[in-house]
Design a protein around this ligand. Structure first.
Ligand SMILES: [Zn+2]
Ligand SMILES: [Zn+2]
Length: 464
């Protein structure tokens, strides 16, 4: 999933950084830039000034396909490409693109005879998507051209303390949940913003209002192909409204069987749950599905709790996924160690409202996500979150705060939980021990040493 590292370029950048490190005290950590997955080699390495990554102007524009000219008399740089004309006076806090003026919080400036400009502003002016990978200290730029090749786009729409995800694969669309009733119009306008006037699939994961409530909006304004919902006796107003809208749309609600497979464009969608219909907990009726596109995969779990997670594990599916929509807004009773060990997500998305009354996400869930090394994204902190997949690489783009601390003391090293400790008795067990503690009292260890260093003793039954 990581961008391929080109060692020669890396060494080259290192060398240059060593040379210029004395000149720029704030540039001791190298910063890299990729455009569409390829590292860009600069003769003057990028520097960070007032939190902005500055890169040589000529190089970045040329890499983005623009022609660059410089007028020394007016100290103005001109860059042009089809439908794109920019002028920027060195040292000024503004620049012009196609006759519209934009401001720069850090002006372009000359360093070592090179004109440096803020890479984000420049790239965004050319309609690129820009993201910052803090761990790899890399600015990731995706051009429009590459974006068109990102055949799978998964949008986690910020609907507060609720769930809603829009999936677009090739030209097919699927909406999984629609948030609360009051989110209806937000979801409708989100779809409109992405030029969607037809939904191939609508999935109501389960009948709770924070999932089904907002589906009535899209169902009122556009045609849909197939509607999936679990079998339920629920007759709340939100659910009845959804049923009525489906009927008005002339579409019958399908209760999918687990193991059912269908295609969203080239994306393969597998229904994994619910496995059993016998439950009195609506959350455990959640439709759980996985979409695989190329080598990348996403797992959606609705509000499934431990019980349904266990049912799904028992089915023996391949649950591994790059991105996990964390179950039940990060609540304590979802995302058990056993489940997370099967999924081993690179990224975990928690759809949750700011200061919600349930205190979601739970610290224990966050800690379990840390243990499996998942990078956490949260709608309460970052707004809408979009993942783009070209079948090989995944890029995450957040509406805001891409670098906010989403999971304090986040691990960078992935840890494989081998033993489970009981926080109360301070005993640690093998994963298959018959007397594992309740999930809320569990703590994961990757080795016996780790458990023992923290004062845990081996269980006398399973003798780890
Ligand atoms: Zn629920
Ligand atoms: Zn929910």
């Amino acid at each position: 999933m990581k961008y391929k590292r080109i060692i020669s370029i890396f060494l080259c950048i290192c060398l240059q950084i060593m040379i210029s490190a004395c000149t720029y005290a704030n540039n001791t950590d190298e910063v890299k830039v990729t455009i569409d997955g390829e590292y860009v080699e600069f003769d003057q390495p990028p520097v960070i000034i007032e939190g902005r990554t500055m890169v040589p102007l000529r190089k970045i524009f040329e890499k983005l396909g623009a022609k660059v000219e410089y007028d020394p008399e007016t100290s103005t740089v001109y860059a042009s490409k089809t439908d794109f004309e920019m002028s920027m006076k060195i040292g000024e806090n503004k620049y012009t693109v196609n006759n519209t003026e934009y401001s720069l919080d850090v002006p372009s400036q000359i360093i070592n005879d090179r004109t440096l400009v803020p890479v984000r502003a420049v790239s965004e002016s050319m309609d690129c998507i820009v993201d910052w990978d803090g761990a790899a200290r890399t600015v990731i730029i995706l051009t429009q051209q590459a974006l068109e090749q990102q055949a799978l786009k998964v949008h986690f729409i910020d609907v507060g303390q609720a769930d809603s995800a829009l999936l677009i694969c090739n030209d097919k669309t699927m909406l999984i949940d629609g948030g609360n009733v009051e989110d209806s119009s937000r979801v409708v306008s989100y779809l409109a913003k992405h030029n969607i006037d037809y939904l191939d699939y609508v999935v109501c994961t389960h009948a709770h209002e924070d999932h089904v409530g907002g589906l009535s909006g899209p169902l009122s304004v556009m045609d849909v192909g197939t509607i999936y919902a679990p079998l339920t006796e629920e007759d709340t107003r939100a659910y009845l409204n959804f049923k009525n809208k489906a009927e008005e749309n002339g579409v019958e609600i399908v209760h999918p069987d687990c193991k059912e497979v269908f295609y969203l464009g080239d994306g393969k969608v597998e229904i994994l749950g619910p496995v059993s219909e016998e439950t009195n907990n609506l959350n455990n009726t959640s439709i759980v599905l996985k979409i695989t596109y190329g080598e990348t995969s996403f797992l959606f779990t609705g509000d499934a709790e431990y019980e349904e997670e266990q049912d799904i594990i028992n089915m023996g599916y391949d649950l591994s996924a790059d991105v996990l929509k964390v179950g039940h807004h990060g609540a304590e009773n979802s995302s058990s160690y056993t489940f997370l060990r099967e999924v081993m997500p690179e990224y975990a998305v928690i759809s949750v409202g700011k200061d919600n009354k349930y205190s979601h996400p739970s610290e224990n869930t966050l800690s379990r996500l840390r243990d499996v090394g998942a990078k956490v994204y949260r709608t309460d902190l970052q707004g809408d979150i979009t993942f783009l997949s070209d079948g090989e690489n995944i890029t995450a783009v957040t509406q805001k705060n891409s670098e906010v601390q989403t999971n304090p003391t986040e691990n960078t090293e992935k840890k494989t939980v081998q033993y489970i400790g009981n926080k109360n008795t301070k005993k640690y067990h093998r994963l298959d021990c018959s007397s594992l503690p309740k999930e809320e009292n569990q703590i994961g260890f990757s080795s016996k040493e780790e458990a023992e260093n923290q004062g845990y003793e081996p269980c006398s039954k399973c003798k780890p």
